[in-house]
Ligand binder design. Structure first.
Ligand code: GDP
Ligand code: IMO
Ligand code: MG
Length: 427
């Protein structure tokens, strides 16, 4: 048995794709356990760049079985397009396994995501508009449609009819939109089901068998801890549980099946969409981070909000995920700064918070307490070992490690597969 969970510990886009790629060589099975095509995981291999949204990163390796677990929400049209695009680039997606229990993102979920955001006006969440929230809401309300339903026309028709009775009323009477067409959706989704039939299976059983055989299974988190529905900055979160505990429910394994829990963090911090962000940098520093880090969303192309590393949020994430190690990415991006800030505590109404505050008002209104670290002022993308890094960069990694309370195993110094420095053996 050897399960590893890989989770983002900030607000997403930490470089999970790159680190999954790093681990893939020794992995037999890569499992997505939550989220949907709101994710955008980038992998750079030589001249090739892949941006995967729904298909697990394991698809890129012949020896890996890529699995979409029951906790994921699937837009089947997007999935098929992604599979076709991979085929066109010479990657065979035939080994992809999809849980029959995974819920389907339907056209009315996309429509509802858009109109809800519009109705929220200045209180909008800034979602990816991929229908994620409405699909998870229907799952919890028990009127969702699952992948296995697409394989039986009679069952699908009945479930669709039940769902549309309510959805079309909401779309037309509440939001003043046009209703969606039942026949069109039925035909389209039955066709999707046919095309995906050979991939749909009991993935929880498949994953358990792999673990029982002693194979390495990697649970590839999407989004991140601070976007977790229960533990993130609610309501500015996604609608699933990206934390490591979410891998158990979302993939169908027990807590004892996961031994190693890797937290991925940027050496600074970014956030896409609305919501509080105490360590958000001033516009001039943010612009440097945006440009040096190429901080534009992989899924929506939106410019990411940029700030300094938040050690309070980092400690919170280390605790919630019981991290066994940290991987710090994009260390090279900080090379542009003479001095680097780290948020070590929050201050609110005269009180200092070193632990994540218990009430959202404190997090919304707090000011960051910064500690400054000297920069190294030179290009580090060529570093391949700890000795190649300037002493200031090594000290910065040590500070992150100490402030978060989790050992750093790797530091990434560029987007390419080999732009990585091994810091220490942890597991
Ligand atoms: P994910 O969603 O966590 O997989 O992250 P994204 O792929 O959305 O965003 C991370 C971006 O940073 C991608 O464009 C990566 O190619 C890039 N990247 C990853 N690691 C590094 C690094 O160490 N340095 C630099 N400069 N870019 C990196
Ligand atoms: P990866 O896996 C960054 C953000 C959205 C929005 C909030 C809710 O690439 O790290 P949703 O569409 O999920 O209802 O939007 O969550 N968000 C992400 N931000 N990276 C992601 O994924 C994200 N997935 C969702 O911007 O603020
Ligand atoms: Mg991303």
């Amino acid at each position: 048995m050897s399960g590893t969970a890989l989770v983002g510990i900030q607000w997403g886009d930490e470089g999970k794709g790159k680190v999954t790629d790093l681990l893939a060589e020794h992995t037999h099975c890569v499992v997505r356990y939550q989220g949907g095509n709101n994710a955008g995981h980038t992998i750079v291999v030589g001249d090739e760049k892949y941006a995967l949204h729904l298909v697990p990163t394991g698809i890129l390796y012949e020896h890996c079985t890529p699995v979409i677990g029951p906790g994921v929400v699937i837009d089947p049209g997007v999935l098929l397009d992604e599979m076709t695009a991979l085929t066109q680039r010479g990657i065979d997606p035939s080994s992809l396994k999809i849980s029959g229990n995974a819920h389907v993102i339907m056209p009315y979920h996309l429509e509802l995501d858009k109109v809800t955001e519009r109705f929220l006006g200045r209180n909008r969440l800034g979602t990816t508009k991929r229908g994620i929230g409405p699909a998870y809401a229907d799952k919890a309300a028990r009127i969702g449609i699952r992948m296995q339903d697409l394989l039986e026309e009679k069952i699908f028709s009945t479930k669709l009819k039940v769902a549309l009775k309510e959805k079309n009323l909401v779309l037309t009477r509440v939001f003043g939109r046009l209703p969606v067409d039942e026949t069109e959706i039925r035909e389209q989704y039955i066709e999707y089901g046919e095309r995906l039939r050979s991939h749909i299976t009991d993935t929880a059983l498949l994953v358990q068998r792999a673990l029982d055989k002693g194979e390495n299974v990697l649970f590839e988190g999407a989004q991140a801890t601070m976007l977790d529905l229960d533990h993130g900055t609610y309501p500015f979160v996604t609608s699933s549980n990206p934390i490591a505990g979410g891998a158990c429910a979302g993939a169908g394994v027990g807590p004892r099946d996961i031994e190693r829990i890797i937290g991925i963090t940027k050496s600074y911090c970014t956030r896409v969409g609305s919501g509080p962000f105490p360590s958000e940098a001033d516009p001039a520093d943010a612009e440097v981070l945006v440009e040096a880090g190429g901080e534009y969303g992989t899924t929506t192309g939106r410019k990411r909000r940029c700030g300094w590393f938040d050690a309070v949020a980092g400690r919170y994430a280390a605790r919630l995920n019981t991290l066994t190690e940290l991987v710090v990415t994009k260390l090279d991006v900080l090379s542009s700064f003479e001095s680097i800030k780290v948020c070590t505590a929050y201050r609110y109404e005269g009180e200092r918070y070193e632990e994540f505050p218990p009430h959202q008002t404190i997090f919304n209104k707090c000011t960051p307490v910064y500690e400054e670290f000297p920069g190294w002022g030179g290009d580090i993308t060529g570093a391949r070992s700890l000795d190649d890094l300037p002493k200031e960069a090594r000290s910065y990694l040590e500070a992150v490690e100490e402030l978060v309370g989790s050992p750093v195993s790797w530091a990434s110094v560029g987007p390419e597969r080999d732009e990585i420095v091994h810091v220490r053996d942890v597991s």
